[in-house]
Design a protein around this ligand. Structure first.
Ligand code: DP6
Length: 421
């Protein structure tokens, strides 16, 4: 580990997206390796709106591995972090910087320690899949720093051991996690079905729903489902394999009707499995159920799907429209039924891509008040406008996979002190 002094600090910074599953992963066959009982498919979300940024630093002067998440130090002792670190160290390559006199051989990586700082560009408390972006970024940035040579999706197999859904965040666009059948998990990897330019028209609106209740984590929820639900077996063996093929075809052909039908059905079945779990798990709340009813009514009124909805292990809705024109109608409906709580500023209520807001003709809070009930609304629609049930909306789209950020000012760790800036 030659170096002119032992003071050098080597760093890498990367950004990784989060993803939303349209065919859900729910249930493991191996808890330690995180091997699923079915394939899943997701859409990667635009990292400009929902992503994690991570800086990893290594130096002979660091005494132990340390990590800071959103500015707060967290323990790295958890099995999931340790499994990822072990896999990465096993695959690390040599590193050489002649100018700075730094030479790191493969074996040196086992002796060196890391400082890792990560932050999410969206509130962690929002209940959006922060672990997917977080672990994808953790693995991707360390792999770059350690010169890990990626072979056939093996980085995704490492991220998978941090959090199952994280493996899908290593690619942009549309991604399938194939469950694999090897005991080692080597074939349980993510593959890109199509990149983010394939179906550019899709618009995604996330409704961050207010909730007071502390949710069951995905990890323990799916363990309880595997232990007690009989529906989950039928889902994994019969329903999902068929849906995966249909979903791949819908994505290939940009067939929104099939895409929407499959996405909604799969979300509903995942939540049915949660209800079939003993004791039952309720991830959706009244607001989530109202969103489903309103979207279903709109789709039925138009006689062809206008919008797809999907819900993960929480009450937030992810709504997908086929293009800007329909997304505009969607946002108008959402703002009609879910106006902001008093004293909420519009800029804090509709986040992300502002063009849909402009196209919907919403310039101010009074334009929300002036919205008319949609044609499919029931007579009592105005009475159903309850402010404050949604905390905010994020307008986004499908996006690209992880990238290295080379700019010095993007680093979250100081190259002088080795500590968070
Ligand atoms: C409902 O990936 O968070 O979001 O593997 O235990 O970390 P662990 O679980 P996690 O589960 C995600 C479940 C889901 C569906 C999905 O993303 O496919």
């Amino acid at each position: 580990m030659a170096g002119e002094s032992e003071k050098w600090i080597l760093m890498a910074t990367a950004r990784a997206p989060t993803n939303i599953a349209v065919i859900k992963y729910w249930g493991k066959r191996d808890e330690n390796l995180i091997l699923p009982i079915n394939d899943s498919i997701s859409v990667t979300l635009d990292p400009d709106h929902l992503s994690a940024t991570t800086t990893v630093a290594v130096s002979p002067s660091f005494e132990k591995d340390r990590m800071w998440l959103n500015g707060k130090e967290i323990p790295l002792s958890g099995g999931r972090y340790q499994n990822c670190l072990r896999e990465l160290r096993n695959r690390a390559g040599d590193f050489m910087d002649e100018r700075r006199g730094i030479r790191i051989n493969q074996e040196d990586w086992n002796k060196l320690h890391f400082h890792i700082a990560s932050y999410n560009n969206f509130p962690t408390a929002a209940g959006l899949a922060s672990s997917a972006a977080g672990f994808a970024c953790f693995v991707f940035s360390l792999a770059k720093l350690m010169n890990v040579k990626e072979e056939l999706g093996q980085l995704s197999a490492i991220a998978r051991q941090g959090s199952g859904s994280a493996c899908r965040s290593l690619y942009g666009g549309f991604v399938k996690w194939t469950m694999g059948d090897a005991m080692s998990g080597s074939d349980s990897i993510a593959v890109q079905l199509a990149n983010e330019t394939h179906w550019k028209d899709l618009v995604i609106i996330v409704a961050v729903v207010s909730s007071r209740q502390k949710e069951t984590s995905s990890t323990s929820g799916m363990r309880e489902s595997v232990e007690s639900s009989s529906l989950i077996q039928h889902r994994a063996k019969v329903v999902v394999p068929r849906r995966i093929l249909q979903m791949e075809e819908a994505i290939r052909n940009r067939d929104f009707s099939s895409f929407a039908r499959l996405t909604c059905a799969d979300s509903n079945q995942f939540h049915a499995v949660c209800l079939d779990t003993s004791p039952p798990i309720f991830y959706m709340n009244d607001t989530s159920h109202r969103i489903i009813s309103l979207m279903e009514r709109w789709n039925r009124h138009e006689k062809t799907p206008q919008v797809a909805y999907t819900f993960d292990a929480g009450p937030n809705a992810v709504l997908i429209a086929p293009n800007h024109e329909v997304a505009t109608l969607l946002l108008q409906r959402l703002l009609f039924y879910f106006p902001p709580a008093p004293n909420t500023e519009l800029k804090n209520y509709v986040l992300g891509d502002q063009t849909i807001l402009q196209e919907a003709g919403i310039q101010s809070l009074s334009s929300i008040e002036a919205l008319k009930p949609p044609p499919e609304a029931k007579d009592n629609a105005p009475a159903q406008r309850v402010a404050g049930d949604v905390n905010y909306f994020i307008c986004t789209r499908s996006g690209k996979g992880p990238v290295v950020l080379v700019e010095e000012d993007k680093a979250l760790i100081s190259s002088q002190t080795g500590l968070p800036k």
